[in-house]
Design a protein around this ligand. Structure first.
Ligand code: SAM
Length: 489
């Protein structure tokens, strides 16, 4: 049987990744992806509940689909992702146009459940965590398919932290780790199919463990994380990218997100010193610069511990850059607490940051603390934080003008809407700065690491020209996918 499906994705990389996995199982069951929901037999809304008014947003999306569903009653509307997991069956009662509610651990069942819906079954919710026997859907290329330049590989799911603001432990369950061998095999499949960069994904990606790996370094104390060993295994087993003499498969860069500062151990810093395939950039969420707030957030590190960990990472690799996540207006956050956040931002000199106003989330311990920072104060603090962050990021980017960098080209520049013919492509440096390259024939650069001279700094990106003529490159691979959607935070 064939059917048409459309998936709408909200939220983080994890959701983008789940969308890819859903697309994989739907394709394998005869599904054909369509852009327009009007043409779809199955519409999946892949939801996020980390910050937004998730349910309101979902209600409005379902509302938009309702007239279509009235016109074509056999259209199946499925809700996936964190809101699905969080609300389960109750969504079916509250929004009567929804046919299916499917949790992140039940993605493999999506085609069978959709089929049951077309067969006339009543609406159903499937939201069990696979705690006893964790499943990780694997990626495998279809016949002749080339992989995206940047591939996402899941290493673990769930979260054992209990940060008081965060809904993730509730919507994604306890930590479960994918066997290291499976991770390496998937990295290898992507690289063989043309990927040049791999982004290892996990809610606390650096808490990874697998008894098959060498034990954690005793120097790391009780931490027990074997994530550095996973990085070493990948670096050892996966062939490295070499541009010449041909466009042979090879891994140019390895990144990971998001690490929890608690597991940013001495051996992780050593891995950065030893493995040149690792990118020279780490995204290390801090959330606040005030010890009092960090304690109330249950982050389990202090400001000075965070700073020491950043220092250790920075010492491991010359010019390593750090970005972060920050929440402003956490319950009880005073002006002094916020000033400490600003001073930490200046001290670390983050090259970029994602900042959010605190938003109370269902089921989280911080609900008990109230939400006492007025909205206007949250907005004002957010604006002040961005002001400081913009100055730092401008200083960093302008400092790169006139330097020579190596850029992994991901696809057409965002402004060109996927059109490679206009000679403007974008990619990232080894330290993750976004670089636009304007040159005739630049499409040939997609999937390659190109040496460039940086000519200008924009607000969030750089402009560059290649240092060598593009026609000296080997012929481009024909079917390489364009840039992956960039992380949403
Ligand atoms: N691994 C990350 C960490 O160490 O905290 C967590 C990633 S979390 C899924 C993404 C970001 O969303 C967090 O870093 C935090 O800044 C933000 N966030 C999570 N819950 C929030 C809330 N209740 N209000 C505002 N921002 C929130």
């Amino acid at each position: 049987m064939t059917f048409r499906y459309a998936i709408q994705t909200f939220g983080c990389q994890m959701n983008v990744h789940d969308t890819d996995r859903m697309a994989g199982v739907l394709r394998a069951a005869g599904g054909i992806a369509v852009e327009a929901v009007e043409q779809a037999d199955l519409v999946v809304l892949n939801t996020c509940s980390v910050r937004e008014r998730a349910e309101q947003k979902l209600r409005s999306e379902v509302g938009k689909l309702a007239p279509l569903k009235r016109a074509r009653p056999d259209m199946v509307i499925a809700v996936a992702g964190c809101v699905a997991q969080q609300e389960g069956e109750s969504l079916l009662k509250r929004m009567r146009h929804i046919d299916l509610v499917i949790g992140p651990d039940n993605i493999a069942e999506l085609p069978a459940l959709a089929l049951e819906q077309w067969g006339g079954s009543p609406p159903v919710a499937r939201t069990e965590f696979d705690t006893a026997a964790p499943r990780f859907l694997t990626w495998a290329p279809r016949e002749g398919q080339e992989a995206p330049v940047v591939a996402f590989v899941t290493t673990m799911k769930g979260c054992d932290e209990r940060c008081s603001f965060c809904i993730v432990p509730y919507t994604r369950g306890p930590e479960r780790y994918r066997p290291a061998r499976e991770v390496v095999n998937e990295v290898s499949r992507f690289v063989q199919a043309g990927s040049r960069e791999v982004l290892l994904l996990g809610q606390t990606v650096d808490s990874f463990r697998d008894p098959a790996l060498p034990p954690a370094d005793p120097e790391d104390g009780l931490d027990g994380s074997q994530f550095p060993e996973l990085l070493r295994l990948i670096a050892r087993e996966i062939p490295r990218y070499r541009r010449q003499p041909s466009r042979a498969p090879g891994l140019a860069r390895l990144r990971y997100t998001s690490p929890h500062p608690r597991h940013a151990t001495a051996s992780l810093a050593r891995a950065h010193a030893e493995l040149d395939v690792l990118a020279g950039h780490v995204h290390l969420p801090v959330q606040s610069g005030s010890d009092r707030v960090l304690r109330r957030m249950i982050r389990r590190y202090t400001r000075s511990e965070y700073l020491a960990r950043v220092d250790r990472l920075k010492c491991s690799r010359p010019n390593l850059t750090v970005s972060t996540d920050i929440i402003v207006g956490f319950p009880g956050e005073t002006e002094d607490d916020f000033e400490e956040t600003l001073s930490l931002v200046r001290e670390v000199a983050f090259v970029s940051l994602y900042a959010f106003k605190y938003s109370p989330r269902p089921h989280t311990p911080a609900l008990r603390l109230g939400d006492d920072v007025p909205e206007a104060v949250k907005s004002e603090r957010l604006a002040r934080l961005f002001e400081v962050a913009d100055v730092l990021s401008q200083k960093h980017l302008s400092g790169l003008v006139g330097t020579r960098q190596h850029v992994l080209v991901e696809g057409a520049s965002k402004s060109e809407k996927g059109d490679l013919s206009r000679g403007r492509v974008q990619g990232r440096t080894e330290r993750s700065e976004i670089v636009h390259i304007q040159a005739p024939g630049a499409a040939a650069l997609v999937g390659e690491v190109v040496e460039v001279d940086i000519t200008r700094a924009n607000k969030h990106s750089l402009l560059a020209v290649p240092t060598e003529p593009i026609d000296s490159l080997p012929a481009p691979r024909p079917k390489l996918d364009g840039a992956r959607r960039l992380p949403l935070w």
